[in-house]
Design a protein around this ligand. Structure first.
Ligand SMILES: [Zn+2]
Length: 534
């Protein structure tokens, strides 16, 4: 991937291993690595010359070797938390759910909370369980099992005790405490009442948090990633990354953005300044702020009314916690400013802000850049702002996005091709754990604009699709650029850090329809094999 970028319409550059008649072809057979660096890229015979008595030789068996993948927008602690919960998705009966909790309880010290997720409160609505059997089978752990749609929660007796929910506890506004005939809580909380129990669950200890973060990162190594850009680390999460980095426990590189919502914490970074070398596994030179909310819940800030709610334009800016003065200070101190902006008004305001701080070359970013006014698309290139976007969001939002903004504004929605044509720098990522971070799903979404069932036929606003090269660059070379790492990572070339991802199929040559179901075969970060499929 060390050849030049494709043109704005996706046409490969002159130096690309691409032929107008035969398409893409691999540009090397072998890579040699020494002391964490790439020392050779080329033919098998050439690589043989680097083989010594202690060399480990990995036969890729025809796998496709790409530069190590980067997910440039993640929430790995949340992923770790999700992975640590008892998984009840797809469970059909109370007995099955309890069996899963009993199994977990065997490995959790008595008295510690067990949290589960995913029983279907919609499907179970006419036969809600109570705390009886759950409390009998799991008496020594407080247990809280959250519903699939987050509008019901199920707990055992100890959990209700710890939360102090009794027969006399009033239900909060918009919530319900289910009760038995005698008026005692039955074990089920509905809507806003789930907060009564959720706030009783202790925040994780530093060790527990570290374990969660590591579980999230470990999952990322298995998914082929060599680096993540963590989109918001606050005064709790950042110290976890720092502990893991200091004790050499980070399995992959973490480019952590300071969470601007934690204002006091963020202020401390103004004087501390950014880490401009990024020599360690943890690099902090970016700050993540929010300008508006999400489109689905109509929280995104629009220039005109929502198409499906006249009189409403969402909220954004100071009302949403965006502290322009603090962000300006951080920009002056040399931080990359990253702004979550979804609606066209939020994107315009974020671009206006970048225009005012006038810091071209600082690689400031807009996260999501979801709905753009046509007049603003060319400003990304003009202001040198990176558009950081999630291919999966397009195919997951397409069911309702057009209802929110109508047929005209949707043309500037998830507008990857329009941005590329206008010369903008793009980067792709997952925003996990909200969506599936499987690279093949990300590439599939970017190339086809269809969902996992391959609908709609032909793709949703297919003019905005990107080419395989652009999609792969979004997760490699362009992601490296967005994290100031393009001299070290992002391409496979002599002298670069040895970051590689091995895939069982070649995204450049397989039909886009054949990407889903692809498998990561190995992940190599800094010359270390951090994942290998057996
Ligand atoms: Zn996010």
């Amino acid at each position: 991937m060390s050849w030049p970028d494709p043109a704005g319409d996706g046409t490969p550059a002159a130096g690309a291993p691409h032929d107008a008649t035969t398409g893409w072809h691999a540009d090397a057979q072998a890579v040699a690595i020494k002391s964490g660096r790439i020392v050779f890229v080329g033919a098998d015979t050439g690589a043989e010359r680097w083989r010594g008595p202690n060399t480990r030789v990995i036969d890729a068996r025809g796998a496709t070797v790409l530069p190590g993948l980067v997910d440039a927008h993640t929430h790995v602690a949340n992923l770790g938390e999700a992975l640590s919960r008892v998984n009840l998705v797809g469970i059909e009966t109370e007995a099955e759910a309890i069996a899963k909790v009993v199994e977990r309880a065997a490995s959790v010290p008595k008295g510690q909370w067990i949290v589960g997720y995913g029983w279907d409160e919609g499907a179970w609505a006419n036969r809600y369980p109570d705390m009886g059997a759950l409390s009998e089978r799991v008496p020594d752990h407080p247990v809280y099992l959250k519903g699939l749609h987050s509008f019901a929660g199920w707990g055992n007796r100890l959990a209700f005790e710890r939360a102090g929910i009794t027969a006399t506890t009033p239900a909060p506004n918009g919530g319900e405490i289910r009760r038995d005939a005698s008026g005692k809580p039955s074990g089920i909380l509905v809507n806003n009442a789930v907060a009564l129990i959720e706030r009783a669950i202790p925040t994780p200890t530093p060790d527990e948090l570290d374990a969660r973060v590591l579980a999230g990162l470990e999952a990322m190594t298995q998914a082929g990633y060599v680096a993540v850009h963590e989109a918001g680390a606050d005064s709790t999460l950042m110290p976890s990354f720092e502990r893991l980095s200091k004790t050499n426990r980070l399995p992959l590189r973490v480019y952590a953005m300071v969470a601007a919502r934690d204002t006091a914490f963020t202020r401390r970074w103004v004087s501390r300044g950014p880490d401009t070398t990024c020599a360690a596994m943890l690099c902090v030179r970016s700050v993540k702020a929010f300008y508006d909310g999400a489109l689905g819940s109509r929280g995104a800030k629009l220039l005109a009314d929502y198409a499906d709610r006249p009189g409403h334009r969402g909220i954004g800016g100071r009302q949403y916690g965006f502290d322009e003065a603090l962000m300006s200070e951080l920009a002056k101190a040399g931080f990359q400013i990253t702004i979550h902006a979804i609606g066209d008004a939020a994107n315009r305001a974020a671009l206006d802000f970048f225009d005012r701080v006038n810091a071209r070359g600082e690689r400031h970013r807009i996260e999501h850049a979801q709905i753009l006014h046509p007049d603003d698309i060319s400003r990304f290139a003009a202001l040198d702002v990176v558009a950081s976007m999630q291919p999966s969001h397009a195919v997951e939002d397409m069911a309702w996005a057009e209802e929110r903004v109508g047929p005209e504004r949707i043309k500037g929605g998830y507008a990857w091709r329009s941005l590329r044509r206008a010369g903008a720098r793009l980067v792709f990522n997952s925003d996990l754990p909200g969506t599936d971070y499987d690279i093949f799903y990300g590439l599939h979404s970017a190339l086809t604009r269809t969902d996992k069932t391959r609908r709609p036929a032909g793709g949703w606003y297919p003019d905005q699709r990107v080419t395989p090269e652009e999609a792969v660059r979004g997760f490699t070379t362009w992601a490296a650029y967005a994290g100031f790492d393009e001299r070290e990572g992002g391409t496979i070339a002599v002298g670069r850090r040895a970051d590689l991802t091995l895939l069982d199929r070649d995204p450049f040559t397989v039909a886009p329809d054949s990407l889903l179901g692809g498998r990561v075969m190995a992940t190599v970060a800094g010359g270390r094999v951090i994942f290998e499929r057996r």
